[in-house]
Design a protein around this ligand. Structure first.
Ligand code: SF4
Length: 274
């Protein structure tokens, strides 16, 4: 709708301006709320405040306050519980986060991306799949799970009884590594605010981590015992299970059976039968 489009454009412009302004001040490049906000804008700012409270250097925040009056939203702590973004508002919040990620230079991966890869699918989905990071196919397409791995994942999703666009797909890292390696600790920490805010906005009924890297990032792997696949845990209160990534299944057909077993467990959790 025209009104929503205007609002999204206005929001994106404001976020870009804030990011540029913070960068000028040697800050993190993240927006700081500059005026009392409400409604959709408030939801974006609350999410960002929640996940970047430790990320914005106090010195930078102080210098920002000295230059311009700031009325920051109080950071949301875990004790305050999850951030609930109303249905219908999620698309706007996620569009703002995607816009930020596309301009992000917080880690070295920005230099090797063709475009940022944020997500595809339904922002109001009950089921969210999270991979580790963009492949070369994803980087070219600007969408997660493109190419043969994505085609296989779409088939798996169809076998579960879901339409391709009924679920939501995203990844922990938003930019491709030029060498297709796992994220370094510094890269993972730099990108964490994006996927935390993204998943907080979504808060689906189930999250499926695709691959060990995604499982570890979301805390769904027991690194001491080496367990990570087919085990239920939770990400910030949302049921989480991990299984093999579709690219792994393409390489090793024997993984199809355990993956299907894990997806059946997801169907049972969601009350979906085939
Ligand atoms: S991978 Fe994440 S932190 Fe690094 S540049 Fe891309 S969006 Fe920013």
């Amino acid at each position: 709708m025209a009104g929503d489009d205007d609002e999204i454009r206005e929001l994106a412009t404001a976020l870009r301006a804030h990011a540029a302004w913070e960068t000028e001040l040697s800050g993190s490049g993240w927006p700081v709320v500059a005026a009392p906000v409400s409604g959709r804008r408030g939801a974006v700012d609350a999410l960002i405040a929640a996940v970047t409270a430790d990320d914005i250097a106090p010195k930078a925040a102080a210098s920002v306050a000295a230059v311009r009056p700031v009325a920051p939203i109080a950071p949301v702590t875990p004790a305050q519980g999850p951030i609930v973004v109303p249905t219908g508002e999620r698309a706007v919040v996620l569009a703002a986060l995607a816009e930020q990620a596309s301009d992000c230079t917080r880690c070295a991966r920005h230099a090797s991306r063709t475009r940022g890869v944020f997500a595809r699918g339904n922002p109001d989905a009950t089921l969210v799949f999270v991979g580790e990071g963009p492949s070369a196919d994803d980087d070219r397409a600007g969408e997660p799970f493109a190419g043969p791995a994505g085609e296989l994942l779409d088939k798996m999703i169809g076998a579960m009884g879901f339409a391709r666009d009924a679920v939501y797909l995203c990844q922990v890292m938003k930019c491709r590594s030029a060498t297709a390696r796992s994220a370094s600790p510094a890269e993972a920490a730099a990108c964490e605010p994006f996927y935390v805010a993204q998943l907080e906005a979504l808060r689906p009924k189930v999250i499926v981590a695709l691959g060990r890297g995604a499982a570890e990032a979301l805390g769904g792997a027991n690194t001491e015992r080496g367990d990570w696949r087919g085990i239920w845990s939770a990400w910030r209160g949302v049921p989480l299970i991990a299984t093999h990534a579709p690219a792994e299944v393409l390489r090793s057909a024997e993984l199809k059976r355990p993956v299907w077993s894990d997806l059946q467990a997801v169907m049972a959790k969601l009350g979906v039968s085939r």
